[in-house]
Write a protein that binds this ligand. Structure first.
Ligand code: DX5
Ligand code: ZN
Length: 211
């Protein structure tokens, strides 16, 4: 499977976001990963649809919007209108019925649906969701902040999921050149990466290392 690199702008300089976006675009990123946090599902607050709308204007790359928020069903519409290409919700925040409704809405707009699970949530919790989604996002840190250390138990989850799931498997948190290799070997094909890319002196080299 082709490896895709999703640059997580959580570690970007938000005072010059357009410049940061074009920097990672020129360096070869495949996707822009946008971390949306509500201070409720996770202990941090980031950005909402109004900012995503301007991110959409500032890059040609597809927007991979990671919703770390309670009641995502109330907000997916706004993120679709803002220009999202992929939207991920957390299994900890939705019922299967809500997920199915969200999926139908996204399909009408050609937006892909992903399901994510926290490090402490077992793979069994997403089994029934798998037929409803286009991809799975495995969290390899507890969501909320960039720059945290990779939690190795994510590797087993990726391996077990890859054995039963043929679509895209994304992984998010603590990915660098070393952990990146491990998650690819385990079967992940989309790498969401923040601090390793935005903290690098040479952005292109960092992205090439990941690939
Ligand atoms: C964590 C976010 C991640 C984060 C990754 O809650 O979902 O996307 O930005 O950052 P790094 O790559 O620094 O762990
Ligand atoms: Zn994320």
């Amino acid at each position: 499977m082709k490896i895709k690199i999703a640059a997580s702008i959580l570690s970007a300089d938000f005072s010059c976001l357009a410049r940061e976006l074009s920097k990672v675009e020129r360096a070869g990123a495949d996707l822009i990963h946008v971390d949306v946090m509500d201070g409720h599902f996770v202990p941090n607050i980031t950005i909402g649809p109004v900012v995503v709308k301007y991110i959409r204007k500032s890059t040609k790359l597809p927007l991979d919007v990671h919703l770390m928020i309670a009641s995502p069903e109330k907000y997916v519409g706004a993120f679709v209108n803002a220009g999202s290409d992929m939207i991920t919700v957390h299994i900890e925040t939705v019922t299967l019925k809500q997920l199915s409704t969200i999926g139908k809405g996204l399909k009408r707009h050609g937006v892909k649906l992903g399901i994510s699970l926290n490090p402490g949530t077992s793979l069994a919790k997403i089994k029934k969701a798998l037929p409803l989604v286009d991809f799975v996002l495995i969290m390899s840190v507890n969501p909320g902040f960039g720059g945290q250390a990779f939690i190795p138990s994510a590797l087993n989850k990726i391996r077990q999921l890859r054995a039963i799931f043929k679509k895209d498997i994304a992984v998010d948190g603590g990915i660098n050149n070393i952990t990146g290799r491990l998650v690819k070997e385990a079967g992940a094909n989309i790498l969401a990466v923040g601090s390793y890319i935005f903290g690098a002196k040479n952005t292109k080299k960092a992205i090439n290392n990941l690939r």
